[in-house]
Each structure stands twice: as structure tokens, then as C-alpha cells.
Ligand binder design. Structure first.
Ligand SMILES: [Zn+2]
Length: 110
């Protein structure tokens, strides 16, 4: 069983309410720093895995995810099953989101 994780927003909220002389303030900072480091490591791991998946496929410039060829990128064609025709394709939407998440613009905003 894993140790319960602190939530960074709670640690920072508590920190903001403490006066500089509060004995627990440095402990709060330490927990916040640990949580930031843990989250950063997790993001880097997930980013690496996602980049590996995206790089596995050839670059798709037509707006569709690999293996899909919608007439309107990301939208199921009108001749598909009536339940999905004309609706957003979840696979293409996830693919587009993965690409956007790995784009330099997102990384610059860090
Ligand atoms: Zn699709």
C-alpha cells in the first residue's frame, strides 16, 4: 500500500497562511518541493511514453489519427454507422491532443 500523497495546492495554501516564524513552515515548503519533484518526474515519464507512441507512427498531416481517413479530419464520415456518422472521432481527438501536448508551445508555457 502506498503512502498517501499530499496535494501541492493544499500545502501551498497552508504555507501562504503561515507567518514566516511558523515552525511548520519549512516542513510545508519541503513537502511542496517533494510533491513538485514527484509530479515533474511523473510528467516526464508520461511525456516520454507519449512521445514514444506518437513517434512510433508516421507523421499524419491530414488531421486524422493513424489508420483513419475521414473525409473531414477527425469527423466520422456520413456513410458510417448512424450512431457515429458526423460525430467527432475519439481516436482522432486523442491523437490531436497528444500532438498538441507534445508541441513546443506547451513546453514554452511551463
Ligand atoms: Zn478518426
Amino acid at each position: 500500500m502506498s503512502e498517501p500523497r499530499i496535494r501541492i495546492e493544499d500545502a501551498l495554501r497552508n504555507y501562504a497562511q503561515m507567518s514566516p516564524g511558523t515552525p511548520w513552515r519549512s516542513r510545508c515548503e519541503e513537502k511542496a518541493a517533494d510533491e513538485i519533484q514527484s509530479l515533474r518526474q511523473r510528467v516526464e515519464r508520461l511525456e516520454g511514453a507519449l512521445r514514444g507512441i506518437v513517434d512510433h507512427f508516421d507523421k499524419c498531416d491530414d488531421g486524422n489519427a493513424p489508420g483513419h481517413a475521414h473525409s473531414i479530419p477527425g469527423i466520422w464520415d456520413s456513410d458510417n454507422h448512424p450512431a457515429i456518422a458526423g460525430k467527432t472521432c475519439e481516436w482522432c481527438a486523442h491523437w490531436a491532443e497528444a500532438y498538441a501536448a507534445l508541441s513546443p508551445k506547451v513546453q514554452e508555457g511551463e
